[in-house]
Structure formats: C-alpha cells, structure tokens
Ligand binder design. Structure first.
Ligand SMILES: [Ca+2]
Length: 223
C-alpha cells in the first residue's frame, strides 16, 4: 500500500520515457504500455494515435491482463488510460479490470497513458482493427461472375465482374473483359453492376496505336 496523498499532488516530474510520438496508420495493430508485460515506467505521459482514412471505424480490444495503479475511493488518481475518439471519450481506466472491447465508431483515436512517480504495475496491451460500413450484397450479372466472393463487403473492398466465355462486360456502352467496382465509405458501390453481353461474332479489329518511342535522354547517358 502507498501513502494516500502521494500521487494526488501535482508535481513537476520529468517524463523519463519517450513514448509520445506513436502514430499508427495501418488497419490492424497492437499497442501496449512501455515495457509490457513488465511494469511500466514511472512518470510517463504516452500518447498513441491511430489515424485512418475517413470511413473506417476503429475497434479496440484490451487484453484481459490489465494492471494500472488505482485507488479504492478516488477514480484513477495516479495512473490511467484515457481514450479520445472524435468527440467521444472513454475512461479514464485503471485498476485490474480490463476495459475489454471498445467500438469507437471513429477513424481517429488517441490513447493517453499517464503514470505517476511511484508504484509497480504490469500495464496493458490492446489490439485494434478497423472496418468500414458494409455495402449491399452484390449479385453477379446473368452469364457472369464476381470475384472475390465474400459474405460481406465493406469500405475499400473491390469486386471484379467478368463474364462467361462468349460474353463481354458492357458498361456505359463500352465492352471490356472485366469491370471493377469498389465499396465506398458511405456504404454504396462506386458503380452499378454491368451486364454481360454476347460478344460480337465478327471480330472487330481496331487499329492499334503502335508507337515505338525511343526515350533516350542524351544528357543522362554516361560518357
Ligand atoms: Ca504509479
């Protein structure tokens, strides 16, 4: 046990741990207190930022092993984890009960971890994932198929539509072998599904623009 008033005083402690420049931009990741699973350093203010493209929603999952110094009567006066996600705030968290799963519904999350100048506690670790809203299920066109086939498609997922042999993809009066659509952040597809049209029996040979370009920049030829 510790002196009850000890950490309640505002002190001018110098942070001894460099942990305030942590930017995460991947859709999945793991974040922990410094030195985890060993006790975290004293007198630290750590800022971890997760910044993703708008349209993704970040979910945090704290591991069960959670140990941040607390106080039986005062809420997290010594050490704490605080989370800000857009206009929402979660925490402060301390004690030995893991915050568990936090669905922030935000593409931008800041995790602040503060420790005072005493105590020995194991700290915390979380993993995060980010996913966007789902787009409506897509059905392949008649005589065609879509790839990849998934139960759900969410923001950034792409689908390629192609047609069976003897058919071409027809989209906006243009025939092609495949057509790609993407699930957008508002949960709609970038384009409607094209149709599959019977390929013309007479081969239409378009003049191919064959150009031979010799691009030698004489200035850059050595010697
Ligand atoms: Ca402490």
């Amino acid at each position: 046990m510790r002196n009850g008033f000890h950490g309640l005083l505002t002190g001018h402690y110098t942070a001894v741990v460099e942990c305030s420049d942590n930017l995460f931009t991947q859709r999945n990741g793991a974040i922990s207190s410094p030195d985890f699973p060993n006790p975290y350093p004293k007198s630290s203010d750590c800022l971890y930022r997760i910044e993703l493209e708008e349209g993704f929603f970040i979910t945090l999952q704290f591991e069960d092993s959670f140990d941040v110094e607390d106080h039986p009567e005062v809420s997290c006066p010594y050490d704490y984890v605080k989370i800000t996600a857009g206009l929402k705030e979660f925490g402060p968290f301390c004690g030995e009960k893991s915050p568990g799963r936090i669905e922030t519904r935000s593409n931008s999350v800041q995790i602040l971890f503060h420790s005072d100048n005493s105590g020995e506690n194991g700290g915390w670790r979380l993993s995060y994932t980010a996913i966007g809203d789902p787009c409506p299920l897509v059905e392949p066109p008649l005589n065609g198929k879509i790839e990849p086939s998934q139960a759900t498609y969410t923001f950034k997922d792409q689908v390629v539509i192609s047609c069976h042999t003897g058919y071409n993809v027809l989209k906006d009066d243009v025939e092609s072998e495949t057509f790609q659509i993407e699930c957008m952040k508002d949960g709609t597809w970038s384009s409607q599904i094209p149709v599959c049209k019977i390929a013309a029996t007479e081969a239409t040979i378009e003049a191919t623009d064959v150009r031979t370009e010799i691009n030698v920049d004489m200035d850059q030829v050595a010697e």
